[in-house]
Design a protein around this ligand. Structure first.
Ligand code: ASP
Length: 325
């Protein structure tokens, strides 16, 4: 074969253009030899309670941990009282709501969407990207177009009444202050383990309130806001995305667990690293959640106020995380 033909063939193959769906990462089935104390679901903040509730129900019905983590956080995306997740969330500096989301399975399959407008369920779009395309991330208008092609629900671009009120108040001063309000319940990140040791996770947010137009946080960045590995465990993050991206927080936690750290110690180490790498730490809140394949749990944040919902066979409980300060 001529070298040009070889090159074309290789690049088409690596772009996925000629691959049948069965060869996309999500369709590779691994036999999972790992242990489990599942089912177990963990979600950030108190909006994790209804999200876990739904995810638990879905897991019971379908047995699929990826269905569970997708449909669980869809509850939060649809919650009109939530100003930090979904299209009712707070807008950017221009008054436009843009959403970020990611989904990942323990076999390495993942899909993410960033800076997308008008898509009611960005987590479902992330899953479509994982399952129906050769790519990991779609962004902006391209992501929206793909959502339309896939028949996902698209809503008119209109601020929710509460978001509009907050935006008008913010515009009076119009200062850019990237401070996460720890009372504001932020992103939802969910990690789950099924009874067979399969892990999956999801993460969805409207991002930092009044961010610059085009800003993307940690949530759709695999390894920052979410990372899952069936061999080891799973981690997700919430809080100021920039601080989490700088330390590749979720990947760091999973890699520490791979080296034998307990999930709690791994989350504490990530917070320690985050504090070391970020200036103005008094104004930065970030929190991490982790589980390992044995079903042990970790949670830790920079400042007090972070909590999470844990659902296992005993029930669905809201738990306060420990914090560094
Ligand atoms: N992590 C999200 C972001 O930076 C926001 C949050 O969790 O509050 O976009």
């Amino acid at each position: 074969m001529s070298s040009r033909r070889k090159f074309l063939k290789t690049s088409l193959l690596s772009s996925g253009a000629l691959l049948p769906l069965s060869l996309y990462a999500d369709n590779i089935n691994f036999v999972n030899p790992y242990s489990s104390q599942g089912p177990l679901l963990l979600s950030t903040w108190n909006h994790g309670i209804p999200a876990n509730e739904k995810a638990w129900e879905v897991l019971g019905k379908t047995g699929s941990i990826v269905d569970a983590v997708e449909q669980g956080v869809m509850v939060t995306e649809s919650d009109l009282s939530n100003l930090t997740v979904g299209l009712q969330g707070l807008p950017d500096r221009e008054g436009i709501v843009t959403l970020d989301a990611a989904i990942m399975k323990g076999n390495g399959a993942c899909g993410t969407v960033s800076f997308v407008r008008q898509v009611k369920h960005p987590i479902t779009l992330a899953r479509k990207i994982m399952e129906e395309t050769p790519h990991v991330m779609l962004s902006g208008e391209g992501a929206r177009q793909f959502a339309i092609e896939q028949g996902l629900e698209i809503l008119p671009e209109r601020l929710s009444p509460e978001a509009e009120k907050a935006y008008k108040e913010w515009k009076l001063e119009s200062e850019y202050k990237p401070i996460i309000n720890i009372e504001n319940h932020d992103t939802i990140g969910m990690v789950g383990l099924d009874k067979n040791g399969n892990l999956a996770g999801s993460c969805t947010t409207s991002g930092l309130a009044f961010k610059m137009h085009g800003r993307v946080g940690d949530s759709p960045i695999i390894g920052a806001g979410l990372f899952i590995d069936d061999e080891v465990g799973a981690a997700t993050a919430t809080g100021l995305g920039e601080s989490i991206i700088r330390i590749c927080g979720s990947f760091l936690i999973v890699e520490l667990m791979r080296q034998g750290w307990e999930p709690q110690k791994a989350c504490e180490e990530a917070v320690k690293r985050l504090i070391a790498k970020n200036k103005d730490i008094n104004n930065i809140q970030a929190g991490f959640l982790a589980i390992n394949k044995e079903g042990e749990v970790g949670a830790y944040s920079v400042h007090p106020g972070f909590n999470y919902a844990k659902h296992d066979k005993k029930g669905n409980f809201l738990i306060d995380s420990k914090s560094k300060f």
